[in-house]
Design a binder for this molecule. Sequence first.
Ligand code: SAH
Length: 242
Amino acid sequence: MAWRCSGATNNELVENLVRKGLIKNERVKRAMMAVDRGHYAPSRPYSDSPQAIGYGATISAPHMHGHACEYLINYLKPGSRVLDIGSGSGYLTHVIANLVVDPPSSEGSKGQVIGVDHIPELVDLAHNNMRKSEEGRSLLDSERVKFITTDGRRGWSEGAPYDAIHVGAAAQELHPLLVEQLRAPGRMFIPVNVEDEQGTLASAAFGGGQYIWVVDKKEDGSIHKEKVFQVSYVPLTDAPKH
Ligand code: SAH
């Protein structure tokens, strides 16, 4: 399915994602149209596939960015606070910022997105990518977007609670610290590796593999978890030693 959505330009790519029903929400469409993937993906930016960005990381495929925004959209309102863990290229952080800061340059808006990565060079890359556009520079200068180098498995408690948490790398568990940092109500979108009984990573055929989980913290603080579809993300790991 993926490659069929590729386009020659950013607009064509997003239009194709809409046509195939991968993006349904008009706000998601507008937010993705407003961010040029060419600023974030070093090669084939309008191809509907993941691309390497160095340091073992990838910018996820556009349809995955679309899915993430669609699942989180009710929690991505002007004024929402969002944590984007494994921010990598910074692309999705920028798209989310467009959804929570409205209008993008408004000083009064309280919306904020915190992008977290554990590789300092990728945090620099995300900054530099975002500074390629005037809108991106203004989001950084007004601190509506902040990139932080830290281990995302612990979240970033200084900015909590968050209306939405997006995790862009596969976790070994639904880290309790992340659930704790969700607002009530709030929602987390997180890929999780499911292990088989032997404790090894199992393929889908054996009931294991990697799935997106949508975790809702309800108004009364109760937690509802749902496994929604199978995916393939790079893992959330320890930071590489220098
Ligand atoms: N959303 C990003 C995905 C990047 S790939 C994008 O589309 O560009 C996943 C990212 O998770 C990588 O940048 C990697 O460095 C980061 N990562 C892996 N383990 C992490 C951890 N423990 N804490 C924070 N970031 C982590």
